[in-house]
Design a protein around this ligand. Structure first.
Ligand code: NAD
Ligand code: 89Y
Length: 343
């Protein structure tokens, strides 16, 4: 069988990681790229030796010749591009955040289902090596049944220089980063039925919130805290590490700084380091995220070849995105929000 052919739309800051991830997969070849900005098209096309370059996604789809499309643009264009892929019956990956609103996200899932195409949201944080290690401990039963958890991302890293649009949106940290932390909470503790959230803006130079504290009631009885901040100045900057604390009926688990994992249970206390690989094209401190990009893309290629739904399909990710919407609603109203009312 020949290689699976892909096309990528949006050749910006993050797409370079995605292009590296695709290049590492022996069974996949990116045959066409698209960006409205001719300079970004030139830079990425030259770096990855892609000859077919388009400034219009419509033109790229009209010419066809690819088995899937990887949409790496910012959120405002996601719905139109997923619907374009659906019209051409081309399986699609769409970067997070899914869409500007939950209504848009639902429409995108409906369009993909009507067209019979797989849709995966590029929700890569659950694919980070340390998060996979936490999940493996939970699944092993080493700490018994979890009853409480915390997923925490607190940093003072300057994300605005690489991604200037993050400073301009009315929504910032929950939509951009908390979305990953909420997805990790779902991955570890299952779906959540209720959300209570509080937000703050500490940095006066940005438009959105840069601190959020969220309390989730999971359907299986776990209570979790998901807390995120880009206004936290620590003696050692942890970006982009997610810390996890879990208390279970038979022990505890702590994922802390420098990817240290401590599991305490009936068998005693085990300490290990669950650091991500530093891939040849990756650079610190981003390597944790970069490795997870490679892993989720491998997952997509495997599932597409097998004809099976990817773990972070559009349908699945509606439940993560509903938590984002619920957090904003809860913070605005000062009330607890029932997720079922949104889905
Ligand atoms: P960016 O602005 O640097 O790049 C986006 C590119 O898309 C630009 O070059 C722009 O010209 C192009 N573009 C926009 N609309 C287009 C359209 N309709 N047709 C063709 N080209 C179009 O943005 P970025 O920082 O690379 O972020 C892209 C997405 O990746 C965002 O949704 C962001 O949240 C996400 N992201 C994800 C992660 C992760 O870990 N999953 C990390 C960083 C960014
Ligand atoms: O855009 C964000 C993401 O998805 O991961 C980290 C980030 O780049 C900045 O918050």
């Amino acid at each position: 069988m020949g290689k699976m052919k892909g096309a990528l739309i949006g050749c910006g800051f993050f797409a370079v990681n995605q292009m590296h991830g695709w290049r590492d997969l022996a069974d996949v070849k990116i045959v066409a790229i698209c960006d409205r900005d001719p300079e970004r098209l030139r830079i990425v096309g030259d770096q990855f030796a892609v000859a077919r370059r388009h400034q219009s996604a419509e033109d790229m789809f009209a010419e066809g010749g690819f088995d899937f499309v990887d949409i790496a643009t910012t959120v405002g264009s996601h719905r139109a591009l997923v619907e374009l892929a659906a019209r051409h019956a081309v399986p699609a990956i769409c970067q997070k955040p899914f869409a500007p609103t939950l209504a848009d996200a639902k429409a995108m899932v409906a369009a993909a289902e009507a067209a019979g195409i797989p849709l995966m949201i590029h929700e890569n944080f659950r694919w980070q090596t340390p998060i996979l290690a936490v999940k493996a401990v939970l699944d092993s039963g080493a700490i018994g049944d979890p009853f409480w958890g915390r997923v925490s991302f607190r940093s003072g890293f300057d994300v605005f220089s690489g991604q200037p649009y993050l400073a301009k949106g009315k929504r910032f940290i929950i939509e951009d980063l908390g979305i990953h932390s909420l997805d990790i909470a779902r991955f570890l503790f299952g779906d959540a039925g209720r959300m209570t959230a509080r937000t703050r803006r500490i940095n006066p130079d940005i438009a959105g919130e840069d601190v959020a504290t969220m309390l989730l009631d999971h359907d299986n009885g776990v209570t979790s805290i998901v807390d995120v901040s880009y206004a936290t100045r620590l003696p050692e900057e942890p970006f982009p590490e997610t810390f996890v604390e879990i208390d279970g009926s038979a022990g505890t688990l702590r994922l802390g700084k420098d990817y240290t994992l401590t599991v305490h249970g009936a068998a005693g206390t085990a300490r290990s380091v669950v650091a991500p690989a530093l891939l040849p094209w990756a650079s610190r401190p981003w390597h944790n995220i970069q490795e997870s990009v490679a892993l989720i893309q491998k997952h997509w290629a495997e599932r597409l070849a097998e004809g099976r739904e990817p773990d972070t399909s559009g349908r699945d990710n509606l439940k993560t995105f509903a938590l984002v919407e619920a957090a904003y609603l809860s913070a605005e109203r000062g009330e607890t929000v029932a997720i079922a009312d949104l889905l």
